[in-house]
Each structure stands twice: as structure tokens, then as C-alpha cells.
Design a protein around this ligand. Structure first.
Ligand SMILES: *[C@@H]1O[C@H](CO)[C@@H](O)[C@H](O)[C@H]1NC(C)=O
Ligand SMILES: *[C@@H]1O[C@H](CO)[C@@H](O)[C@H](O)[C@H]1NC(C)=O
Ligand SMILES: *[C@@H]1O[C@H](CO)[C@@H](O)[C@H](O)[C@H]1NC(C)=O
Length: 372
């Protein structure tokens, strides 16, 4: 009797433990900041992203919907991976002089850091940084997919034929890069993990969409002239994707201007549902095209291994700048070290008839400042 009661208790305990693990591991994937599948983009410099190098089972952190998508549309996966890389590289470029410079974890051997994701725990906080990275990654996926379509390397898409209107002496002969198809793929794949009704899922979906809308907005009409000696009697025009730097520049401005929200819970028939409302009532509610966040930025000044923050110690800074790249701000008031360095430059160049330029090599001194 006693024995059987004990056994039931043990079984119950085991069962609850199991449920606990399933629930928490699900939550970790569903809630954590940066999706682990982004590690798809982290190939070593000599690595390649093609259908042969990607298998759906080897991508970490896919939710079932993404796994099915991957199996059905494997030919899109290399472009999705390239899109994430495009986004992350652009993030690094845009934030290179800031306290948080979009740093990613080092590649371990040839495998990316699969457990912690590309960024580590930094983006688990619903911060402006998380908003920026999500928006730029979602835009990157749409861009890379649309580009691959126009290059003719995919069977499921090509040039966009919808916007081929002929007007006056215009001819739509070029290949319209199909941004709508890219946007659709980005929505279906990149948003799949964030289908929940918690604040973070809503935030991620919103920022992903804001990134894609910037890309759509920046599509440009390109034309080529034909006709006698460049008279432009006839023009061939097509819609072209913007240079991704343009998208990055705009998203960075939106990041610096992102709207702070708070999470509000209310009861609905389907259960407790969250929504994001402006934290400060005196500000107008954000537009669809604004980035939103609900946790302040972390303190990126000091090293914090638990949060995966490197701190700014040792970063190069500009002693004469009063901006974010200046030593005052970047070093968070700790001061900086100055090292005397030299570099070899070409100098005293003379033009030799004809047609050579002869230079001397000069040793030029300069100062290098790093944060204490
Ligand atoms: C982020 O904001 C949410 C909602 O306001 C809050 O519950 C949570 O504690 C915050 N997290 C951090 C790390 O500040
Ligand atoms: C970015 O920041 C990290 C950590 O602070 C630093 O190690 C790295 O050199 C920085 N990268 C660039 C490009 O400045
Ligand atoms: C440092 O900042 C000053 C002032 O903003 C700028 O003129 C200069 O080019 C910067 N130096 C470097 C090395 O970026």
C-alpha cells in the first residue's frame, strides 16, 4: 500500500518534471530574443551557402512550421541564409562606432555557436537593439530572395510581371526585381516563430514588418535610354531593389528614434492576450513604420558575461569627436589610453614621363586611442 503510493508519487513527480522540461524548452525557443536559426548565416569566410550545404535537420531552432517550409522549399533556403547574413553584416556596419556594435559570437571551428544563437543572450531583452536587428534581418531575407529570383536561379520565382505598365515612350523590358515575393517569403519563414500573443512576439512581428516596408519603399525605378545618339526616344525601365546600405541607413535612423511601448494584458475569449501601447501617453502612437521596443537598452559599457556583453574596454575611439564614436561617450567616462603608432604610406610622389608615378615610402606617426 505505502509502496504503491510512493510509486505513484514518483511517477507524478517524473511526469511533472517532463512537462516542465517540455514547456520550458518550448518557451526558450519561442521567447528568446534572436532566433537560433539565424546561425544559418554564419559561414566561415571561405564557406558557401548553397542547397548542398544546407539540410533542414541541421538548422538549429526551427519551429515545426519552419521545418515544413524548409522541406518543401529547400531551394529558397540558401537565399534566406544569405539574407540573414546581409542583415547582420549591415547591422555591424551601421553600428560599428556604437557601444553595442552588433557583435556576434565567434564561429567555433566550422560550426556556428548553435546553442546560444548568433548573438548570445543580448537580444533576449526587448530593447531597441533587438528591434533593429529583427527589422534588418527580415528586410535582408526579402532582399536576398528577390535578388535570387531576378537572377533566374530559382524555379519558384522570377521577374515580377505585375507592374509592367507601358506609358508614353516607356517600355518595361527589364526584369522587375520581385520584392513582393521576397516579402512573402520573409513573412512566412522569418515570422513563423513569433506567432504567439505575448508582448515579445508582437514586437518581433511588428519590427520585422517595419523592416520589410522600408525595403519596399526604397524600390527604385531604373531606366536605360535608347534612340539616336542618346536622345532617349525610347526608355527601358524596371523596378530594382535598393542598395542594401540605403535600407540599413534608414533603419538605423528608425532605431535611434524607436518608440518605447509597454505591454498591456487583457482577457479575451481565447485567453489572456497582450498588446503594446505607448509608454508615454503624450507621444502619438507609433506608425506601422516605426520600430518598437519595451525594455530599455542594456548597459553596454561594462563587461557582463551573463548577458553576453563585452563592454567597451579596449575599443578604438576618436579623441576629437563629440559623437558616439568619441572617447567620452564610447568609453563611458572611464577615460582612454593613447598609443603612439606609425604606418607606412606612399609619399613625395613624382610623375615620370610617361606614364609612371614614383613614390617614396614614408613612416607617418599617428596616435591610437583605446578605452580604459
Ligand atoms: C522587460 O519589460 C517587461 C514588460 O514591461 C518586464 O516584465 C521585464 O521585466 C523587462 N525585462 C527586463 C530585462 O528589463
Ligand atoms: C565590436 O565590439 C567588440 C566588443 O566590444 C570588439 O571586440 C570589436 O573589435 C568591435 N568591432 C569593431 C568592428 O569595432
Ligand atoms: C574623429 O572625429 C573628428 C570630428 O568628428 C573627425 O573630423 C575625424 O575624421 C575623426 N577621425 C577618425 C580617424 O575617424
Amino acid at each position: 500500500m505505502i509502496y504503491s503510493v510512493k510509486a505513484t508519487c514518483a511517477a507524478r513527480a517524473l511526469f511533472s518534471l517532463l512537462v516542465f522540461f517540455i514547456v520550458t524548452s518550448y518557451n526558450i525557443e519561442a521567447r528568446s530574443g534572436a532566433p537560433r536559426w539565424w546561425s544559418l548565416a554564419m559561414v566561415p569566410p571561405d564557406g558557401v551557402l548553397n542547397v548542398k550545404s544546407i539540410t533542414c535537420n541541421s538548422i538549429p531552432g526551427l519551429v515545426p512550421k519552419q521545418h515544413r517550409y524548409c522541406s518543401r522549399k529547400i531551394e529558397l533556403m540558401p537565399s534566406i541564409a544569405r539574407g540573414i547574413k546581409l542583415g547582420i553584416d549591415q547591422c555591424k556596419y551601421q553600428l560599428k562606432n556604437r557601444r553595442w556594435n552588433c557583435s556576434t559570437l565567434p564561429l567555433r571551428r566550422s560550426r556556428p555557436n548553435r546553442k546560444k544563437g548568433v548573438f548570445g543572450p543580448v537580444l533576449e531583452t526587448a530593447s531597441p537593439e533587438a528591434a533593429f536587428v529583427h527589422s534588418i534581418a527580415a528586410a535582408g531575407v526579402a532582399h536576398a530572395v528577390a535578388r535570387a529570383c531576378a537572377e533566374g536561379s530559382l524555379t519558384s520565382c522570377g521577374c515580377d510581371k505585375r507592374s509592367r505598365v507601358e506609358k508614353g515612350n516607356w517600355r518595361w523590358r527589364g526584369c522587375n526585381e520581385d520584392v513582393e515575393f521576397g516579402i512573402k517569403v520573409s513573412r512566412e519563414f522569418a515570422d513563423a516563430r513569433d506567432q504567439g500573443n505575448d508582448g515579445r512576439a508582437i514586437m518581433n512581428r511588428h519590427n520585422n514588418e517595419a523592416g520589410r516596408m522600408v525595403l519596399r519603399d526604397k524600390m527604385q525605378l531604373k531606366c536605360k535610354c535608347h534612340g539616336l545618339s542618346g536622345s532617349c526616344e525610347l526608355r527601358t525601365c524596371w523596378w530594382a531593389l535598393p542598395d542594401f546600405n540605403e535600407v540599413g541607413k534608414k533603419l538605423k535612423r528608425m532605431y535611434l528614434d524607436a518608440s518605447e511601448m509597454k505591454v498591456k494584458h487583457h482577457q479575451e475569449a481565447r485567453g489572456i492576450v497582450a498588446s503594446l501601447v505607448p509608454k508615454f501617453q503624450e507621444f502619438p502612437p507609433p506608425q506601422e513604420t516605426d520600430l518598437v521596443f519595451f525594455n530599455k537598452s542594456l548597459n553596454f559599457c561594462n563587461k557582463n558575461p551573463r548577458l553576453g556583453i563585452e563592454g567597451t574596454k579596449g575599443r578604438l575611439c576618436n579623441a576629437t569627436s563629440s559623437g558616439v564614436d568619441g572617447c567620452d561617450l564610447l568609453c563611458c567616462g572611464r577615460g582612454y589610453n593613447t598609443a603612439q603608432k606609425t604606418r607606412i604610406e606612399s609619399c613625395r610622389c613624382v610623375f615620370e614621363w610617361c606614364c609612371d608615378v614614383e613614390c617614396e615610402q614614408c613612416v607617418t606617426p599617428y596616435e591610437e586611442h583605446t578605452c580604459k
